[in-house]
Design a protein around this ligand. Structure first.
Ligand code: HEM
Length: 387
């Protein structure tokens, strides 16, 4: 069974909050203003995120689509309640020292080469994120290249509007659940297996199933991939907009720089729902059953919320919430983890690689996707700090 990613045509004007709502060639309604996108994300009465995937479909879809991401209520609420507690119970905060160690190791490897160069995505951001995710979930980091392959394949399929099943991955998760039930280790995988075994949570009135676990794991593995873009974009923008030296001088400015990168160039570009009621977007109406695509890219540049929205202002004040992690009942579950990961990665980069600059002799290459995230960010290093 191939599941369409609810239409993501490569529309022009995805950055323009003043663009009027309109229907595209797939029949989906597209909205751009902050208020409109916020409504799509938060109004659970008028919109549903249910992809209509039912238990009989599970063996025939990509395992990522079995998770809470594609579920409507009550299944979504129950799955979210069950993962919320183990996800936030110290798992995130206790990863800080591990994250620093991971970033340090990667930088050591780069510096050992001694050629004054680093390709920030392949050599730091990507392996850092994949290993951090393995640490969070409790997965064997030697599988990172295979995980990367799975996630990229799914992301590329989403960009062209179809997500095919991945039976090899589904089998991997079933095998892992059996192994870890017999020999528990430490990580979110084990926490969730324990939650299921204790029977603490019902999912839509039923005990949590093996398929529910498979859905969690596949989704949690893939969901944070945007961390790679968030981290690399922050380095790129900080240099392009002339604030990299300010960040070197005072790393307390990093959090503002990171949020501004996420606002200005959100790695996750839309929030999508199906209307379940008549909805009026300032005179533009949608009907129950209609697909609605809210463009986070545009909402985050709405001048009614963010004065001078195209500027990269790391001290933005006032700074209302941007929508890069969504908002409301489906707000990104991993936002604290994502922020921690990106901040620690950036902190260590600033500490260890003073004088980092984009290598302008090399092209910036971009990859699949609506807003074409960076594929490579070649940089030069002036005065590395060896430890
Ligand atoms: C920079 C990195 C990230 C960005 C930009 C991002 C963005 C988003 C956005 C916009 C949504 C809401 C989608 C919607 O409204 O339909 C979302 C949901 C979600 N994110 Fe993230 N995310 C990031 C990292 C992570 C990480 C690291 C994890 C987990 C380890 C994660 C797990 C999830 C999950 C499970 C959901 C679904 C929540 C639900 O439906 O209740 N994300 N993310």
């Amino acid at each position: 069974m191939t599941v369409a990613n609810q239409a993501l045509p490569a529309l022009p004007g995805v950055w323009d909050p003043s663009r009027a709502p309109h229907t595209d060639e797939t029949g989906a309604h597209n909205v751009y203003a902050y208020q409109h996108v916020l409504r799509v994300a938060t109004d659970g009465e008028a919109f549903s995120a249910d992809y209509g995937i039912r238990p009989e479909d599970y063996p025939h879809v990509h395992p990522m689509l079995i998770g809470l991401w594609t579920a409507g209520d009550p299944r979504h609420r129950d799955l979210r309640d069950a993962v919320d507690e183990p996800f936030h119970r110290g798992r995130t905060a206790e990863l800080r020292p591990q994250l620093r160690g991971l970033a340090d190791d990667l930088i050591d490897q780069v510096l050992a080469r001694g050629d004054g160069r680093v390709e920030l995505i392949a050599e730091i951001a990507k392996p850092f994120h994949l290993r951090a995710t393995c640490g969070l979930l409790g997965l064997d980091p030697s599988h990172a290249p295979m995980f990367d392959d799975w996630i990229r394949t799914a992301a590329e399929a989403m960009a062209v509007n179809e997500i095919k099943p991945d039976p090899e991955q589904t089998k991997f998760w079933f095998r892992l659940i059996a192994e870890r039930r017999a020999h528990p280790q430490t990580g979110l995988v084990d926490d969730l297996i324990a939650v299921q075994q204790r029977g603490d949570y019902l999912v839509a009135g039923q005990p949590m199933s093996e398929w529910d676990l498979v859905g969690y794991f596949a989704m949690l593995l893939a969901a944070g991939y945007e961390v790679i873009s968030g981290l690399a974009n922050t380095v790129l923008f900080a240099e392009e907009f002339g604030v990299l030296d300010a960040l070197y001088a005072d790393n307390r400015l990093l959090a503002g720089a990171l949020e501004e990168s996420l606002r200005r160039y959100p790695p996750f570009v839309t929030t999508q729902r199906t209307a379940t009621a008549d909805v009026d977007f300032d005179g533009y109406t949608v009907k129950p059953g209609d697909r609605v695509v809210g463009w986070i890219t545009a909402a985050n540049r709405d001048p009614n919320w963010f004065p001078d929205p195209d500027a990269y202002d790391i001290r933005r004040d006032p700074n209302p919430p941007h929508l890069a992690f969504g908002w409301g009942p489906r707000y990104c579950l991993g936002a604290p983890m994502a922020r921690l990961e990106m901040l620690v990665g950036l902190e260590v980069i600033l500490e260890r690689l003073p004088g980092l600059r984009r290598d302008r002799t090399q092209p910036l290459t971009r990859t699949y996707g609506i807003v074409h995230p960076l594929d490579k960010l070649p940089c030069t290093i002036e005065t590395p700090i060896h430890r």
